[in-house]
Design a protein around this ligand. Structure first.
Ligand code: PXL
Length: 274
């Protein structure tokens, strides 16, 4: 049976982040994907490409979730930018009803688009405990745990443990290219073991949607039956290739190129685990 995945996320019309990134990644894994849209991100070319976010009414998000869940038996649900408190609560209710594996990308701080830190308490109370895997970036991990900026692998591990204690089964703190140093580093804590994933940084471009793509690759890996550590390792490899082959748009921002692995001009990329 073809695995099926639902992403509940925003639409980024540049094609780099949000549902565009998620659906392309699902395709990359041979996973049938569909999307329930929570908000629409556009930008104004007359105003330095400043971003504009329009939220969909929670009833519309609700109807999309009901419809998607009525017509497919999903192997995984992934969420990204949720937009409003009401939409996040609608999703929490559906997840409680359905008990599906859930990859929660807790979008609170988004490069270029802005912060949504007012969703933090709602995330901690309602969505973190439902997560099979939660994938905060450095800022989001600091926001969720109320800690200072995370600037080391040790601090990432500590944050991963703290977020696990809030109820998430597996925590991936995405350092990616943002952690200073030669390597893009991500940390997984599964409740007993810590795994540190490292890959040489492939370039210093600003790549939009790498975090979304990493989380949707983990979701796709889970849908295809990979263990969580293997899903994270595979996701890191695919995203590294996508970053290496990223294409630039008129705003100077780059987007991952899919199918990531096949298009990368960078040959092999080694992911180390320690
Ligand atoms: O990368 C976070 C993100 C998530 N979702 C949407 C976005 C972005 C960043 O641009 O536009 C829709």
């Amino acid at each position: 049976m073809t695995p099926r995945a639902l992403t509940v996320a925003g639409s980024d019309v540049s094609g780099g982040a949000g549902i565009a990134a998620d659906l392309k990644m699902f395709e990359e894994y041979g996973v049938f994907g569909t999307a329930a849209v929570t908000c629409i991100v556009t930008f104004d070319p007359e105003d330095s490409f400043g971003h504009v976010i329009e939220f969909l009414e929670p009833e519309v998000v609700n109807r999309q979730l009901d419809s998607a869940l009525a017509v497919h038996d999903f192997d995984v649900i992934k969420s990204g930018m949720l937009g409003s408190v009401e939409s996040a609560l609608v999703l929490a209710e559906r997840l409680r009803d359905n008990h599906l594996p859930y990859v929660f990308d807790p979008v609170l701080v988004c490069k270029g688009v802005g912060t949504m830190v007012d969703l933090k308490d709602l995330f901690v109370e309602n969505l973190v405990p439902l997560a099979t895997v939660i994938t905060p970036n450095l800022e989001e991990a600091a926001t969720l745990t109320g800690s200072d900026e995370l600037t080391s692998v040790d601090a990432m591990i500590e944050a991963a443990r703290a977020i696990h204690a809030m109820g998430a089964a597996n925590v991936v703190v995405k350092g990616g290219a943002r952690l200073a140093g030669e390597d893009a580093v991500d940390v997984l804590f599964d409740g007993s073991d810590v795994t540190v994933f490292r890959a040489k940084k492939v370039n210093d471009h600003l790549v939009n949607g790498a975090g979304c793509s990493f989380a949707s690759a983990i979701a796709a890996g889970i849908a295809t039956g990979l263990s969580v550590p293997d899903a994270v390792g595979r996701a890191k490899e695919i995203v590294a290739h996508g970053v290496a082959g990223a294409i630039e748009n008129a705003t100077g921002v780059r987007s991952l190129l899919h199918p990531a692995a096949r298009c990368s001009p960078h040959g092999s990329i080694t992911i180390a685990r320690d």
